[in-house]
Design a protein around this ligand. Structure first.
Ligand SMILES: [Zn+2]
Ligand SMILES: [Zn+2]
Length: 76
């Protein structure tokens, strides 16, 4: 299993234990996008947050390597 894909415990919607936490990183020319996704394979519950390098400074998180939902950190 890749390191950016991890079990995140229990789904807040259906309480199944299939919730996963995924980190993605995209780069296109000058643009970088870091995104986090929590997703339940059981009921389809999904929440995502994305950070774009061309967003204004005040929208940038302190650290994109920390999941805004569960607080886990990935090595970038
Ligand atoms: Zn669910
Ligand atoms: Zn997470």
């Amino acid at each position: 299993m890749p390191r950016d894909f991890k079990s995140a415990g229990t789904c807040p919607k259906c309480n199944a234990e299939g919730l996963t936490c995924r980190y993605n990183h995209f780069e296109k020319d000058e643009l970088c996008i870091d995104s986090w996704e929590h997703k339940c394979a059981d009921c389809g519950y999904r929440e995502t947050t994305g950070y774009r390098s061309d967003d204004p400074q005040e929208l940038q998180p302190e650290d994109v390597s920390i999941c805004p939902y569960c607080g886990r950190r990935v090595a970038i």
